[in-house]
Design a protein around this ligand. Structure first.
Ligand SMILES: [Zn+2]
Ligand SMILES: [Zn+2]
Length: 280
């Protein structure tokens, strides 16, 4: 039986994220999710830099979840928060990290679902319509929406909700005519419903959250019995020494402190490729 059976969870959001989050959680956990709409989550920061996010991604999500709980009077609250940046490996690919957090006031625990990968987050500064058109095709417009403003990335004359090529072209020329420099700053819209790739990432983060919400402590039954540490050291097939490959996960319960080490691989030996001794 689901721990969340018939429980009510507040979920504060704008921008259509509820479409990929609510059905998955309600169906699999048999809970009820109360969608808290009457709050402008953009107060916590926007992707267009007109309102800067003051806190980090996780704290912003926690804060939004708590507001939803306060507004609805519920003990369980859910919120998601996304971020774009360069990829952590080469720094060259636009990267998207999505977090979705569940706060439980009864057990005083929180569960964090997470997903990350390449995202659609690009911009172009141009005075030339054919370049703007190429950019639109490259980013997947009009399924992926774009935002235009005159001159530079900080100009506050932002035009959003451009939904067709005709409108895009007309607005592009209007923006150029109203600019000081003759250039337009064009970028992909980061809001969830306007960014299909981001929506996919939110769905992945939701799956991660769901798995963690379904993982209950073997001792006290509290959900969120999850990995807090991973141990490398699967022995090398060649020299028997420890490699960089993970072989054990440490699970912990936030409520009662129960810990368990659980093997995370069926493999007995690691490829010498991952051995610092055999393959320095
Ligand atoms: Zn426990
Ligand atoms: Zn070795």
């Amino acid at each position: 039986m689901s721990y969340y059976l018939k429980k009510h969870i507040a979920f504060i959001t704008k921008h259509g994220k509820e479409a990929v989050i609510i059905p998955v959680l309600e169906k699999n956990l048999q809970c009820y999710i109360t969608h808290v709409k009457h709050y402008d989550t953009d107060q916590q920061g926007t992707f267009t830099r007109d309102i800067e996010r003051v806190d980090n991604q996780l704290n912003t999500a926690r804060h939004k979840a708590r507001i939803g709980m306060e507004m609805s009077g519920l003990n369980l609250g859910l919120a998601s928060e996304g971020a774009f940046g360069p990829d952590p490996f080469t720094g060259l690919i636009p990267w998207n990290r999505e977090i979705i957090v569940l706060i439980d006031n009864e057990t005083k625990t929180e569960i964090i679902g997470e997903a990350q990968g390449p995202g659609n987050h690009q911009h172009l500064i141009t005075s030339n319509w054919s370049e703007a058109l190429t950019f639109g095709k490259k980013v997947g417009f009009p399924d992926q929406l774009i935002i235009i403003r005159p001159d530079h990335e900080s100009d506050n004359r932002i035009i959003k909700n451009i939904t067709s090529w005709d409108l895009y072209e007309k607005i592009f020329h209007d923006v150029i005519n109203n600019s000081t420099t003759g250039y337009a700053f064009i970028e992909t819209d980061g809001r969830a419903y306007a960014n299909p790739k981001r929506m996919e990432m939110i769905a992945k983060a939701t799956k991660d959250l769901l798995i963690k919400m379904q993982s209950c402590c073997p001792d006290c039954g509290t959900p969120g019995f999850t990995v807090i540490e991973r141990f490398p050291g699967l022995p090398c097939k060649n020299c028997n020494g420890p490699t960089k490959i993970f072989y054990m996960d440490l699970y912990a319960c936030q409520k009662c402190g129960e810990h368990r080490e659980i093997r995370c691989t069926d493999q007995e030996w690691a490829d010498p490729l991952y051995c610092d001794f055999c393959n320095p």
